[in-house]
Design a protein around this ligand. Structure first.
Ligand code: ADP
Ligand code: MG
Length: 477
């Protein structure tokens, strides 16, 4: 029997507002526990929530970017459950009437495009955190995160493999960062994903019973967890069993998923509209105003890079992977006035390799766009060769000044004086009589050998085009 996997993702993106969803406390990460939780966040009796308009703006921004419907009227609801990190005993969320419905995200898989539906995106608040390691024999509760605004983005069950799920997740991750509504930090939990997985016989229309894998915190683990879960469900079905609808946890050390709670044990959240909050009303003016703040989106940027700079789809993809990367590239092109393809080679090559090696972000690159542009100008005006440029780049990376300073200090200026080059050519030919004879007897590929020797003798500084021309003249037809 051939099986088909079906996957739907629920993503929680922490919104980058300065203050919380329903209180004025700051959302900053990493403070001393419980120093950023105000009376509303710790649910003191008598306090009332006031909704943060910036969170709505961010949700609308997201909705517009995925071509979704922005609902003029949405409702906050109470999702009731007990947990020590939830002092109110309920989470404020949106249930029946979310702010955003029916959008889509396009993914690229094996060179073909596929559209993944986004069912809804709703606003809610985050809970606090339990600290199990800080105290002996008991747990601590940190409510700093309580009340931080989240956008929960729920996909249609449109994905058919772990690869497609990761492609969707990466697209979403890229998008929220472009929109500047979420920092996308998966380690710190500001971008988290639950994966719903089921399998069915290929050709079957009805969905199989699904399991939900909770909070997998890297793209690689999402892929592995889903792949494991697909295999596990197929094994269960092929050995005559049935898949139980349940929540499972992924154990990255053992690469398995494990049952956490079954449907019977699941909470009945008893959702109802929160009587403390009026309906969220979004008017057309608010939507139009927000639309004006939309940046150029990743897909549009990629298309423009291909068209305007003549880049390959691959290079355009790498250079638009983050807004910071795209900004770095375009600034270098602008400042250097160099061939955009040459700039692309430098950014995807040298710059990326150095960043990877030192585990740095593009914004931390010691070689800034201005510095790289300075270097490329010296290649363009033949002050140095492309090869020497790599040496200069390394020195700039290590903080030894700009291109001109490094070229000066290290004496790397290209030799363009034909008299000087000729002198070296004569020396090289004199030192290699055997090769010279072989060349004259028809071994033409030795030409390259002579070029190499001249370059070596000048420490790579001779202008390669001139070396070629002068050698040709010397060796005759
Ligand atoms: P809940 O809120 O209880 O988790 P939803 O119906 O809202 O349930 O679905 C949550 C996610 O699960 C959505 O992304 C949806 O696409 C996905 N999903 C629903 N049914 C299936 C299924 N049979 N197989 C895979 N994914 C599914
Ligand atoms: Mg769910």
């Amino acid at each position: 029997m051939e099986w088909e996997a079906v996957i739907g993702l629920e993503v929680h993106a922490q919104l980058l507002t300065k203050s919380k969803a329903f209180s004025g406390a700051t959302t900053k990460y990493g403070a001393v526990p419980n120093t950023q939780a105000c009376a509303v966040d710790i649910a003191l009796p008598g306090v009332l929530p006031v909704f943060n308009r910036e969170a709505a703006r961010m949700a609308v921004k997201f909705g517009l970017a995925i071509g979704a419907t922005i609902n003029h009227h949405s409702v906050f609801a109470r999702k009731n459950y007990f947990y020590p990190d939830l002092p109110k005993g309920y989470q404020i969320s949106q249930y029946e009437l979310p702010i955003v419905t029916k959008g889509h995200i396009d993914i690229e898989i094996d060179n073909s495009r596929k559209t993944i539906g986004v069912t809804r995106a709703h606003l809610e608040e985050d809970a606090g955190k339990s600290l199990h390691e800080d105290f002996h024999g008991m747990s601590g509760i940190d409510l700093n995160r309580a009340g931080t605004p989240l956008l929960e983005i729920v996909s249609e069950p449109d994905m058919r493999s772990a690869k497609e799920a990761v492609a969707y997740l990466k697209k979403l991750h890229e998008l929220v960062r472009y929109l500047e509504i979420c920092d996308g930090n998966m380690q710190e939990g500001s971008f988290r994903c639950d994966a719903n997985v089921s399998v069915r016989p290929r050709g079957e229309q009805k969905l199989g019973t699904r399991t939900e894998i909770k909070n997998v915190n890297s793209f690689r683990f999402v892929e592995k967890a889903i792949d494991y879960e697909i295999e596990r469900q197929i094994d269960v079905l092929e050995s005559g069993g049935t898949v139980v609808q349940e929540t499972r946890l992924y154990d990255s050390d053992k690469n398995v998923t494990r049952s956490m709670r079954s449907k019977e044990e699941a909470n009945d959240y008893r959702y109802f509209p929160d009587p403390d909050l009026p309906p969220l009303v979004i008017d057309d003016a608010f939507i139009r105003e927000t639309e004006k703040t939309l940046p150029e989106l990743p897909d549009a940027k990629r298309a423009r890079f291909i068209k305007d700079y003549g880049l390959s789809a691959y290079d355009a993809g790498v250079l638009t992977a983050s807004p910071e990367m795209a900004r770095y590239y375009e600034e270098t092109v602008r400042e250097s006035k160099a061939d955009p393809k040459i700039v692309a080679n430098w950014v995807t090559g040298e710059v990326s390799a150095y960043l990877n090696r030192e585990n740095k972000e593009i914004t931390d690159s010691p070689v800034t766009p201005a510095l790289l542009a300075g270097l490329l100008r010296r290649v363009a005006d033949s002050t140095i060769s492309g090869k020497i440029a790599k040496e200069v780049f390394e020195a700039m990376w290590n903080g030894q000044g700009d291109a001109d300073a490094v070229i000066e200090k290290k004496g790397l200026k290209q030799i363009t004086d034909s008299g000087a080059i000729e002198k070296v050519i004569d020396e090289v030919l004199a030192k290699n009589p055997k090769q010279l004879e072989q060349y004259r007897n028809g071994q033409e590929k030795l030409f390259g050998y002579f070029v190499g020797q001249v370059m070596k003798a000048t420490g790579g500084k001779a202008n390669p085009a001139q070396v070629n021309a002068l050698l040709k003249k010397k060796l005759g037809p």
